[in-house]
Design a protein around this ligand. Structure first.
Ligand code: GAR
Length: 209
């Protein structure tokens, strides 16, 4: 039976789109069953609806506490019986109870070479630090923010004259490669986490340079 994927977004959803496209084109043993956003205006919702996928909004502004938001979010996600929950530009911090509920079956992408630059404004901070290379990281989600066993990373150079927008665009292009590949490995059962380190069953390279 196909693995059921639920994708969480907050905005434009380009990573979500790339996963939906690769899943269909490459006939993964999986389907994206729903896209859930925490913002009613999230651009990616229109794409999801146009593809006939279920969509839902759990607006964080409607909740007084993080716990109440997390509880409703988990209720909505679980309504789709996911095997995998994919955070794709989901910009809310999730509490540890929710994260533990999806332990081992929740992935995130973060636009930095973790463990460097967790949190916001990663590209600006990398430029300020004089980094010569930056990238993105796909990782299993753990209660610590932007932390957890690393599935795959991409690395790109910082070019003279780059501003944070140029850097973000260069990194994003690689996110659209490493995130679908990581999700594919998960649904094909090719990821094994041992002592906090992710091993790919075929020995495939877990870095895109
Ligand atoms: C991506 O660059 C993703 O790595 C980042 O938000 C962007 C979402 O773009 N995620 C984070 O910063 C999470 N901490 P998208 O909506 O077009 O996929």
């Amino acid at each position: 039976m196909d693995q059921r994927i639920v994708i969480l977004i907050s905005g434009r959803g380009s990573n979500m789109e790339s996963i939906v496209h690769r899943c269909a084109e490459q006939r993964w043993p999986a389907q994206v069953v729903a896209v859930v956003a925490n913002r009613p205006g999230a651009g990616g919702l229109a794409f999801a609806a146009s593809r006939g996928m279920a969509t839902a909004v759990v607006d964080h502004k409607a909740f007084n506490t993080r716990e109440a938001f997390d509880a409703e979010l988990a209720h909505v996600i679980d309504g789709f019986s996911p095997d995998l929950v994919v955070l794709a530009g989901f910009m809310r911090i999730l509490g540890s109870a929710l994260v533990q509920h999806y332990q081992g079956r929740m992935l995130n992408i973060h636009p930095s070479l973790l463990p460097a630059f967790p949190g916001l404004h990663t590209h600006r901070r990398a430029l300020q630090a004089g980094c010569r290379a930056v990238g993105a990281t796909v990782h299993f989600v753990t209660p610590e923010l932007d932390h957890g066993p690393i599935v795959m990373q991409s690395v790109v150079p910082v070019m003279p004259g780059d501003d944070e927008h140029a850097l973000a665009a260069r990194v994003l292009a690689t996110e659209h490669v490493i995130y679908p590949l990581s999700v594919r490995w998960f649904v094909e059962g090719k990821l094994d986490v041992r002592d906090g380190v992710v091993h790919q069953a075929d020995g495939a390279s877990q870095v895109l340079i």
